[in-house]
Ligand binder design. Structure first.
Ligand code: OAD
Length: 251
């Protein structure tokens, strides 16, 4: 199905000087990674997030929480960037050759954007590839799948947890500052593959729209911001994004 991309969007996007792209789990869905809230196959459909994605859950049962994240790590380990990821990598590279800005704010923890080649990536919710000792705070990238012990431990015996943002936790100061700096100067804001219900990312649209940037949503389904953006494109990210960057920039 040919995605519906309006000529006026293509024409305006072609002139963008500084693009901010907010992505969510829908961008990785076509790589075979479950989203959170999809009614049938979503992660939250099968598991109660409050039992798995909170500091209290980890304190209560670090083995179960670690095994759940290890299951997700195994899915991510075999996942490949899909056409949506690849289109965003081409877009960042193209804009850089013309000294135009591109910032990718992702809620995803799978690092598929980096695997596709994106460089200016802000991991708002961290990543499941880095694990942090709960005792000494040291963080280390862990690519071996599956773990040999649950949870993995640091040399001093401290339990290590995923370096992700759990329910009830704050985003890192650095990620928030990077996001706000990019949002304050962009002239095009995209929200792609996110249900737009989790703060603070769900509010980014409101922090930019009053300033005048053009706003676009690309999503398989309507969301609470579909009526707020200038263009709401219903479709799969892996189809709409490649078509949009091809028509706007010939890449
Ligand atoms: P959700 O599962 O809440 O939403 C995924 C969105 O992507 C939905 O709107 C789907 O309709 C849409 N979607 C699914 N497949 C798609 C496709 N192929 N192309 C385009 N859109 C598609 O995931 P997020 O919005 O990313 O937070 O969830 C936000 C946060 O909630 C996550 O980062 C996580 C969760 O709690 C933390 O872990 C802190």
């Amino acid at each position: 199905m040919q995605p519906v991309i309006l000529d006026n969007l293509v024409g305006e996007f072609r002139e963008a000087r500084a693009v901010v792209m907010l992505t969510g789990a829908g961008v990785s869905a076509e790589s075979g990674i479950p989203t959170f809230r999809d009614a049938m196959e979503g992660l939250w459909a099968k598991y109660d997030p409050s039992q798995l994605a909170t500091p209290e859950a980890f304190d209560r049962d670090s083995e179960t929480v670690t095994r759940w994240y290890d299951w997700r790590r195994e899915k991510c380990a075999t996942a490949k960037p899909n056409p949506a990821h690849l289109a965003l990598a081409r877009l960042e590279e193209h804009l850089a050759t013309q000294e135009r800005g591109f910032t990718l704010l992702t809620q995803n923890v799978d690092r598929l954007h980096q695997a596709a080649g994106n460089r200016n990536v802000v991991e708002l919710h961290g990543t499941l590839w880095v694990w942090r000792c709960t005792r000494c705070g040291i963080e280390r990238e862990e690519r071996t799948v599956p773990f040999q012990e649950y949870p993995p431990r640091c040399a001093r015996g401290g339990a290590r947890r995923p370096a992700v943002v759990w329910f009830g936790e704050m985003l890192s100061e650095q990620a928030l500052k990077q996001a706000h700096d990019a949002l304050a100067t962009c002239d095009f804001f995209f929200s792609v593959g996110t249900s737009a219900v989790v703060e603070p990312a769900a509010n980014f649209i409101y922090s930019v729209r009053h300033r005048g940037p053009k706003t676009v949503e690309i999503n398989r389904d309507a969301t609470p911001i579909s009526r707020v953006v200038d263009w709401s494109l219903l479709g799969k990210a892996g189809e709409v994004l490649p078509e949009l960057v091809r028509r706007a920039f010939g890449i």
